[in-house]
Write a protein that binds this ligand. Structure first.
Ligand code: GLU
Length: 454
């Protein structure tokens, strides 16, 4: 199952086969909207950096270094498809910052992925890792194609050729990929296996930490699969405690029912929160009595989407956004909650499981209407935090039990939450800006201590 479920993909269909021997996949995509309608995700994230920098008086040179990724890598690599034809794929790895430690971040397989998205997502990883006090920088990458349109064997060959093409541009002490939308533990097992087979016999075991989010038997950690959802739930619990909001009996809406959305819904159901509406790339379903989140999760695991799930009524996207509920978890793509959705939402809290689901204009409307936002930088940071635990275990040849992982994650989330809440109160700013302030303070301090070479 993918790390995040897409909210805008088209239905699964057979890949059109090119009659030409080589073709660059995914040149046209749903995000090829007219320029004025295109969502400039990287510019949006830069805006958050600028806002935080002006609050804490960040030196101009630090701000300018952090305003662009250090490296933008694009690779093209051929793959033999099942029908014997060859196709050329386009892969990306954007390395935003490594001042705090190795570059770190997921690999996304999605047909609408663009350089602008990867730059935004890579910089988000820098802010996330800094905020969570991890010894990592930020990166993101992936391939522009729809993984639902290829066979498992093709997916394996695409993944192996991609990681082979990246070569020494990744490594356990340099850049550490992980799952993201369209990739999962299986993808990471292929990626790790490809990498370890390029480093020579004697180093094989030492470099298993080149990727995180691996299957447990292949060097993964307990708790990584549900980590993003678990971190989100710890964050929601913290918010609820501080706002004297009893979660028991409350109603939840989730957009995107992949790894993040489904684990969040299941974990919240254990706290008495009822999932009343759910949506993914196939449509939206409503059940006023509440879905059985466990059963829906297993259904999506075996069917690939919520389509055809028997216990809900089909509703439109518009209806979904105007439902009466308490918590909304966007766990699909970026740019989902604009002004229209923000005006329609009838909830008390938006907890961002996805990266960048709320637009700046959408957020302004939410805040004006008194709807609070737990921003992506903190809300979905549980994934990379547990990735760090996996990396540490790989380095030490250890296997921690699930209780240890969960205890550490809970503490890490609570600690980050209280630092952010403190800044939000003292600076009188919104929570997202406070997250960027906390993250930037750490980066700024490091630059001031180390200065730049030479
Ligand atoms: N893709 C996840 C994210 O966006 C996890 C990254 C990681 O574990 O390195 O945070």
């Amino acid at each position: 199952m993918s790390e995040l479920a897409s909210g805008t993909e088209t239905n699964v269909r057979e890949a059109p086969r090119s009659s030409r021997p080589l073709e660059v996949i995914g040149r046209s995509s749903p995000s090829n909207a007219p320029p004025e309608e295109r969502y400039e995700f990287f510019t949006v994230v830069q805006g958050y950096l600028d806002r935080a920098a002006s609050i804490i008086g960040t030196p101009a040179y630090v701000q300018s270094i952090l305003s662009q990724p250090k490296n933008e890598l694009i690779v093209h690599f051929p793959v033999r498809m099942d029908n014997g034809e060859y196709r050329l794929f386009k892969g990306y790895r954007i390395q935003h910052s490594n001042i705090l430690g190795p570059y770190k971040g997921g690999m996304r397989y999605h047909e609408s992925a663009s350089l602008d998205d990867f730059k935004a997502l890579a910089s988000l990883m820098t802010w996330k890792c800094s905020l969570m006090n991890l010894p990592f920088g930020g990166a993101k990458g992936g391939i522009k194609f729809n993984p639902r349109e290829v066979s498992r064997a093709e997916l394996q060959r695409i993944t192996r050729r991609f990681f082979h093409a990246l070569g020494g541009n990744i490594g356990p002490d340099y850049d550490i990929p992980a799952p993201d939308m369209g990739t999962n533990a299986q993808t990471m097992a292929w990626a790790m296996d490809t990498y370890v087979n390029t480093v020579g016999m004697v180093s094989k075991q030492a470099v298993m930490g080149v990727v995180t989010g691996k299957p447990i038997t292949s060097g993964g950690t307990f708790g990584r699969e549900k980590a993003t959802g678990q971190g989100l739930v710890f964050c929601i619990q913290d918010w609820a405690r501080r706002n004297h909001f009893d979660l028991e009996g409350k109603k939840l809406m989730v957009q995107g029912f992949g790894n993040v959305g489904s684990h969040t819904a299941v974990l919240l159901s254990h706290l008495g929160v009822s999932l009343v509406a759910v949506g993914d790339h196939t449509g939206y379903l409503y059940n006023p009595e509440g879905f059985n989140a466990h059963r829906l999760q297993s259904y999506v695991q075996s069917h690939g989407s919520i389509a055809g799930y028997p216990n809900g009524n089909a509703i439109t996207r518009e209806d979904f956004f105007s439902l009466q509920a308490d918590i909304f978890v966007p766990a699909a793509l970026e740019n989902q909650v604009g002004v229209t959705e923000a005006e329609a939402l009838q909830v008390k809290l938006v907890a961002e499981g996805a990266n960048g689901p709320t637009t700046p204009d959408g957020e302004r409307v939410l805040l004006r209407r008194g709807i609070e936002v737990l921003p992506d930088v903190i809300a979905n940071a549980g994934g990379v935090t547990v990735s760090y635990y996996e990396w540490v275990q790989n380095r030490r040849s250890e296997q921690w039990d699930i209780e240890e992982v969960e205890t550490r994650l809970r503490e890490a989330m609570e600690n980050a939450y209280s630092r952010v809440a403190h800044v939000a109160l003292n600076a009188g700013c919104d929570f997202r800006t406070a997250c960027y302030v906390v993250a930037l303070q750490r980066l700024q301090q490091v630059y001031e201590e180390r200065e730049i070479f030479p």
